[in-house]
Design a protein around this ligand. Structure first.
Ligand SMILES: *[C@@H]1O[C@H](CO)[C@@H](O)[C@H](O)[C@H]1NC(C)=O
Ligand SMILES: *[C@@H]1O[C@H](CO)[C@@H](O)[C@H](O)[C@H]1NC(C)=O
Ligand SMILES: *[C@@H]1O[C@H](CO)[C@@H](O)[C@H](O)[C@H]1NC(C)=O
Length: 396
């Protein structure tokens, strides 16, 4: 109790910057209920305070913003004009970074950057060429380690620290899974108001000096373990992306519990989660009771729990006996890395600590409050069509 109070006072006195995150949702396919969701912050660049929207990405380390000189793409996003800022210094040196969604390249500039009313001198990269899905994204705020960046100059987090705007190199994330507003990033602090009252933050050491990579034992259902050796906390990934072998084994356990899942092979959208499931239940409680609790096992004494409400995205009641649920799970072909994307960050308030090389986790206030979205598919049958048609004729 005394320790909690003391910590509370310490955190209040330490400098921190709280920043609002906007949840941006694009509907890719209304029939299959597929959305692309991104979490963005807005910052201002240059003497004219040009507003830019940046995707927050803990999986990369560079700050990119679209350049006014980018030809033939990035037409629907704000683009920064170095010549329009009296404080901009263009170094004319080129950099490129390969992301999972495609490459980006462009030049390095220095200018002043505004976060609310806080101004600091920052170097960043201008997007001049991009391909693949990167060609349609706006800016990117890489929150990873400086040592992993293409740009050799201080990252935003490093700049905030060096310019004494925060007293330790860390930040924490609270992401909501619905609504446009209400998500926050706090640089240099921890926001206890987003953590469940009975919870404390548990820390897991990083096994890398350059990324938010943790050593884990795997995922488990009941007492069955599906081995995975590492997990990366990545806000730039939407889903909980599970290595193929572990995912396949896990879905067999689902099947044994009466939940039949499969994954889409077609690529609807890069960030959509591909696993969907059929279950013999037709109401919210029935569905929740059918799905198992999934655990991410860090070690034998520490596990991160995901309830069905945490990893189910939405369910549709198909007929009198069955429902189809879209999950926030995705099967990955690559590596032995579990990607803890936004789907995970919805349930856990997460601390990214570069100074002490550790990740902190606590159940966020969402974890109890997530509501399962259940809807009924309405089929318009022939009789209803006929009545509609006659009604229309009568009106005319
Ligand atoms: C920002 O930093 C760069 C590199 O140190 C320097 O050349 C430039 O003058 C600085 N700009 C401002 C406005 O302080
Ligand atoms: C398990 O992980 C937790 C969280 O990082 C740590 O506090 C604990 O010491 C670890 N226990 C073992 C047995 O390694
Ligand atoms: C679910 O319902 C289908 C169709 O009625 C049936 O074939 C299947 O065995 C049921 N599954 C379970 C686990 O009850």
């Amino acid at each position: 109790m005394i320790i909690t109070v003391l910590l509370g006072i310490l955190f209040q006195e330490a400098q921190s910057i709280r920043y609002q995150i906007q949840r941006h949702q694009t509907i890719m396919d209304p029939i299959h209920d597929i959305h692309q969701v991104e979490y963005r912050v807005q910052m201002q660049f240059g003497s004219q305070k040009q507003p830019m929207e940046l995707i927050i990405d803990t999986g990369s380390s560079d700050l990119w913003i679209p350049s006014i000189d980018a030809k033939g793409f990035l037409n629907n996003v704000n683009r920064y004009d170095c010549k329009g800022s009296s404080t901009c210094i263009n170094t004319h040196s080129s950099y490129s970074v390969f992301y999972d969604d495609g490459p980006i390249s462009g030049t390095l500039v220095w200018d002043q950057v505004w976060m609310h009313n806080i101004k600091f001198n920052q170097s960043f990269l201008l997007i001049e060429r991009a391909s693949g899905n990167m060609a349609s994204s706006g800016g990117i705020l890489g929150l990873g380690f400086n040592s992993n960046a293409a740009n050799p100059n201080p990252s935003i987090l490093e700049s905030l620290y060096q310019q004494k705007l925060i007293s330790k190199k860390y930040f924490s994330l609270y992401l909501k899974d619905e609504g446009e507003f209400g998500s926050y990033i706090l640089f240099g602090g921890i926001d206890m108001e987003f953590i469940q009252k009975d919870q404390k933050i548990s820390y897991v050491p990083l096994i890398s000096d350059t990324s938010y990579l943790m050593g884990i034992e795997g995922m488990s259902i009941d007492d069955e373990l599906f081995s995975i050796t590492t997990a990366l906390v990545d806000s730039g990934t939407s889903c909980l992306t599970v290595p193929a072998v572990a995912m396949d084994d896990m879905l067999q356990v689902f099947a044994a519990k009466g939940v039949e899942c499969s994954y889409r092979v077609e690529n609807y959208a890069p960030s959509y989660c591909t696993v969907h499931c059929f279950v013999n239940a037709t109401n919210e409680q029935g569905i929740i009771d059918s799905f198992p609790i999934i655990k991410i096992r860090v070690n034998s004494s520490f596990e991160l729990l995901l309830n069905p409400q945490d990893y189910l995205y939405s369910c549709t009641i198909l007929d009198g006996s069955q429902s189809k649920c879209n999950t926030k799970l995705e099967r990955s072909q690559s590596d032995d890395i579990l990607l803890l994307g936004d789907a995970f960050l919805h349930s856990y308030y997460t601390v990214f600590d570069q100074t002490d090389k550790q990740m902190g986790f606590a159940h966020s206030i969402n974890n109890k409050g997530l509501k399962l979205h259940v809807k009924t598919r309405h089929l318009v049958n022939f009789a209803q069509m006929l009545i509609l048609y006659i009604a229309l004729l009568l009106v005319i």
